[in-house]
Write a protein that binds this ligand. Sequence first.
Ligand code: EPZ
Length: 443
Amino acid sequence: MTVSVAPSVATGSLLSQPRLEITGGLPLAGDIRVSGAKNSALVLMAACLLTRDTLRLRNVPPLTDITAMSEILAALGVRVQRGGDTIDLDGDQITQAAPPYELVNSLRASFFCIGPLLARMGMAQVPLPGGCQIGTRPVVEHVKGLKALGAQVTIEHGVVTAVVPGRSHRLTGGHIHLDCPSVGATETLMMAAALADGETTIDNAAQEPEVIDLARLLIAMGAKIRGAGSPTITIIGVERLHGADYAVIPDRIEAGTFLLAGAITRSLLRVAPVIPEHLGAVLTKLEEAGCTFEFDDSGVTINARQIKAVDLRTQPFPGFPTDLQAPFMSLLATATGTSMIVENIFENRLQHVAELQRMGASIRMQGNTAFIEGVAQLSGAPVQGTDLRASAAMVLAGLAANGTTTVRGLEFLDRGYADLEGKLNAVGADIRRLYEEPGAKMN
Ligand code: EPZ
């Protein structure tokens, strides 16, 4: 027997295997709202450890990852108060510098705590963030950079221990060159350097909008940072940072996902708020595929009639974002012609190909490259999301498919998309979140 209840009612412990049931083939129309950026909010939350004052963050998305980060910070002694999309973080009483393993293991972004804890406490002990479905996710650049700032860092039994030697326990500014423009490493090192003694430069820094958002927050807290958004960031350390009241940028990956929902259903759909320069590469590729856009003061309307094949390669910002590779592949599975997608960022981020093939997509793999021959019609099928963005890609494919698609893997989806089905249903989709009674026959 299948029970259909609102997600707020069901609890994971009582009902298992939640899934989305999508009736495909419906056009979308209207306005779809973009929440605050998950990949900014998580690191901005960690910045609360850098000050004894209260940090107020607005436009924080209601996601399970945000809840997990709140629990990790609370375990360190931070007082966390959430009200709607606002969260107050009071790091006055940090009681320990070692977030508990069982919490850290559930959220890779918890590794963002190591930089601020080290800068604030002179030591930090954070479990090595595990790999995940898309790759091994190393933290070599983070560790190398912390050592360049004077920390002694050891990794034993899966735990990273960082200590600042000497009486002051204060990091010392230095020169850091990243072998790869790691987003997380750039953010970790910016936070650590903000309170260091002296000047730090980070070369080959990541240029993602979330890096700029963090720099803007730190500057609002009293930090001295120049060059965020360029390959070289300079930080002049200060003695202390104060609190701030700061709004998180809109989520460019959620916005891109919604633009792709408009494109795959060949609809006219307005997505807002959107900061166009955060989506340059994505808008360019969608235009190349045949979409047109109208920009207004806060959002963008996509108009999609015919979709043509395009080639894309994922790259660090400002290149095409790896987080939209899977959702874009769903679109190209329905395009006219043969497309090529090269995934250059993560070593295992093409698992959604097999799931799209179950829906009738014609895709040939060659290493990190997928050749997608568009088909006239995908067919609805039971599919599994294998990571956060692959789950979103399956929802998009379900919107366009003939018949019903059921998408499992919502534990991934809910990490990065707040009420995805509610937002899509409000513009014409037909998506139901269903739960099976324990022990029910899986169909
Ligand atoms: C951030 O992860 C995002 N997560 C990811 O979003 C995003 O896909 C990624 O940046 C790339 O844009 C958050 O911001 C919380 P990286 P991060 O360090 O910081 C290699 C999503 O779906 N690398 O820039 O972990 C690494 O293996 C998630 O929202 C090293 O080799 O990404 C990867 O191949 C998924 N050594 C590449 O760099 C290192 O020391 C990019 O990783 C660090 C990274």
